[in-house]
Design a protein around this ligand. Structure first.
Ligand code: NDP
Length: 680
């Protein structure tokens, strides 16, 4: 392979004629692809995304877009062997492919299912609760999230050409925002293959996806406040982008993931021979060798009790001796080459920098004997361990990110010192703590949490199922403060929110209910002639309600309920004991009795379109009900959610129970499934 990579601009593939950059194989240096974006009209690409892609995506609901992501994930899964084969030239072993290719596709699947579960079948999201703003209740506020009407520009690092692209694409498409994505040139041929699969699938609408193989030219000059720039890579490039006029003057949203000197901390209790010590060693070796240590989340700083230092270095050495470096296509090779000779030179330079304040205790940075590869033309690098004797005063081991199989051991004397050493990294994506002691875990985790986006506490209890130090997960935040860039990606629904605008809406309950298609307290709740349980999902209207007649609660009811259910709690059965309780005026009705009687009041019993009651949410008992009081119920259609099944949909009802003085005694949201009318 020595192909010219395509750019996908304005819905067609374009090959540049000039400015082509050779991309060498990491294995042997032969040119595997050439890339250039010269000749692209970047302004037209941005306009195309805004004018064509954005409107098409915004016309869909979150559920429609989630369904698209799922089909896309299935499509890519069918082609992943092709991607594995291409990836070998980037240095990736089979194990590395699992993180990059399977991990990327897995993120699409994860956002597809979150889209259905955590987002409504709407084009907006209601975020949070209603804010009462007036005495009489005629003026309220709430927040909505709607898609930005611009374009998301994604700039990715070389180390994960597939995952890096898809973990940014998934939340953005789910949000309804079109994407222009640019991979790092060094591994752009893998990203281009993924892009070609995305395009040829025809799943995304026109304008929703564009791809740049090469430089972004003047693209950033065409961005404005409706756009998002999301970047992964070096601190130097991140700084350049942050200082760009688009970010500093036009307030383009900027998300950055960059250098991070992640720590692993061995607790003082985790002596040699404990499961936690072994887990510590296993995790460090894995992080040093997966992707040849070219992971933004890899462990760079190994923080150990001083007494354990020798044992840790010896144990790591024994494990690292077993790591075979070489051609990633060979089954007997555990670690492939770095992405390029340039990266290897940068790693060796970084080791030399760190070694000014540390000694090398394992490996020789300049020597490697690869299996099935050439040490000169291939970017092979053997693992290197350093030891910094004075981590509280040294600087380079906390600042220089050797982006390869390199880490530095740092001893500590007290937990306070360990915290201070971690903090010298000035903010990281992730740290892992190895202890089986509650007090140590609490001291370490609370002491370092503000410096991290994620902390793994690894011990014998979770080791078997742990996903490990280095794996960012779609449902958890990936990002970190300070040196790590200050950005946040993924984290479940939060990752989608980066591409949505949060807007406070103020107005009357009726107006806002109609706008957000959710009945809000204070909005009209008309009583229908026909009981709403007689109406199928498609014919129910938001706000329609049932108002029941009252029912008096007698002492006999309470006693009958108590004996029948076995709930003879004193507050229902013992007048003196109930009176002594500060919450009750005397014996009161069971909360569950009220719920049962409420159902008895509002239910329409005959068979009909209401299929099942499957739970309730947000239940509060707000006022005690004494014998002789009466209750009545107002049941209102609050929200409808069509769900996945064609035959029925979810209906959420606001259930409010009042006493004879019209005071609310209980409130909850009742969840039911109602049949859909065919053909509607
Ligand atoms: P770079 O910052 O050089 O590149 C990252 C991305 O930015 C690439 O797609 C690159 O494109 C692009 N880029 C570079 N300059 C510009 C610019 N002026 N305008 C727009 N885009 C630009 O990082 P590298 O990938 O080369 O990695 C270098 C170092 O960064 C690593 O050795 C490592 O220390 C760190 N790194 C940190 C990561 C993290 O998440 N913590 C991840 C990856 C790297 P192109 O490739 O075409 O130059």
């Amino acid at each position: 392979m020595n192909k010219k990579l395509g750019n996908y601009a304005q819905d067609r593939w374009v090959e540049a004629e000039a400015g082509l950059v050779d991309i060498p194989s990491a294995i042997d240096g032969r040119v595997v692809a050439r890339a250039s974006s010269s000749g692209l009209d970047f302004g037209a690409m941005a306009r195309h995304a805004r004018m064509v892609g954005g409107p098409a995506l915004r016309a869909m609901t979150f559920h429609d877009r989630a369904a698209m992501l799922k089909v896309l994930a299935v499509h890519l899964t069918a082609h992943k062997e092709e991607l594995y084969a291409l990836s070998a030239d980037s240095g990736a072993t089979k194990r590395d492919n699992f993180f990059d290719i399977d991990g990327g596709i897995g993120t699409l699947f994860a956002y597809a299912s979150r889209g259905r579960r955590d987002f409504p079948a709407e084009r907006f999201v209601v975020d949070g609760a209603v804010e009462p703003l007036s005495k009489e209740g005629s003026f309220i506020g709430l927040h909505v999230l709607t898609p930005l009407q611009g374009v998301a520009v994604h700039i990715n690092a070389f180390n994960f050409p597939c995952w890096g692209m898809l973990e940014k694409l998934a939340p953005t498409i789910l949000a309804g925002v079109p994407v222009i994505t640019k991979p790092a040139t060094a591994t752009a041929y893998v990203a281009e293959a993924v892009a070609r699969l995305i395009v040829s699938s025809g799943i995304l609408p026109d304008g929703a996806f564009q791809f740049i193989a090469g430089s972004t030219g003047d693209l950033l000059d065409h961005l404005d406040g409706q756009d998002v720039l999301s970047f992964t890579g070096s601190a130097a490039t991140s700084r350049r982008l942050r200082d760009h006029d688009a970010v500093s003057r036009k307030a383009v949203r900027f998300v950055a993931e960059r250098d991070s000197l992640n720590a692993a901390i061995l607790g003082p209790d985790a002596l040699e021979g404990t499961p936690e010590f072994d887990l510590f060693v296993r995790e460090i070796v894995r992080e040093l060798t997966v992707k040849a240590g070219q992971k933004c989340t890899a462990i760079r700083r190994i923080i150990v009790p001083r007494a354990q230092e020798g044992a840790v270095i010896a144990a790591l050495g024994r494990q690292l001796d077993r790591i075979t470096v070489g051609d990633p296509r060979r089954d007997d090779v555990k670690m492939g080459p770095l992405a390029s000779l340039g990266q290897r030179a940068a790693v060796r330079e970084a080791v030399a920098d760190i070694a000014r304040e540390a000694e090398i205790v394992y490996g020789d940075p300049g020597r490697v004997s690869p299996l099935g590869g050439d040490a000169e033309t291939g970017a092979f690098q053997a693992p290197v361990l350093l030891r910094c004797a004075s981590p509280l005063t040294a600087t380079a081991p906390h600042e220089v990110e050797a982006f390869g199989p390199v880490a530095t051991v740092m001893p500590y004397d007290t937990l306070e010192d360990a915290l201070a050493i971690v903090a010298r990294g000035e903010g990281s994506l992730v740290a892992s703590v190895y202890t089986h002691d509650d007090a140590v875990a609490e001291r370490l985790v609370l002491g370092i949490a503000s410096y991290h986006g994620r902390i793994l506490v690894l011990d014998r209890d979770c080791a078997k199922e742990s996903t490990g130090h280095g794996s960012p997960l779609p449902g958890l935040i990936h990002g970190g403060p300070g040196r790590a860039g200050g950005g946040e990606e993924m984290g479940g629904a939060r990752g989608v929110h980066h591409y949505l605008q949060r807007t406070a809406l103020q107005g009357s309950p009726g107006r806002l209910s109609a706008l957000v298609r959710t009945w809000l307290p204070g909005a009209p709740a008309p009583v229908t002639a026909e009981h709403p349980f007689r109406r199928d999902y498609d014919h129910l209207r938001i706000g329609e309600s049932v108002q029941t007649p009252p029912r008096v609660i007698t002492l006999e009811d309470i006693e009958h309920f108590a004996h029948f259910t076995g709930d003879e709690f004193y507050a229902h059965m013992d007048e003196a004991a109930a009176r002594a309780n500060p919450f009750f005026p005397g014996r009161v009705a069971h909360g569950y009795l009220l719920l049962s009687f409420a159902a008895g009041l509002f239910v329409d019993p005959a068979p009909g379109p209401l299929l099942a009651n499957y739970g309730l949410e947000g239940l509060r008992f707000l006022k005690p009900v004494s014998p002789g009081d009466s209750i009545r119920v107002r049941l209102t259609v609050k929200r409808k959610n069509p769900g996945r099944e064609p035959g029925y949909g979810e209906v959420r009802w606001d259930a409010e129970l009042f006493n004879q003085n019209d005071e609310t005694v209980a409130r909850y949201e009742l969840l039911t499934m109602s049949a859909r009318s065919t053909g509607d």
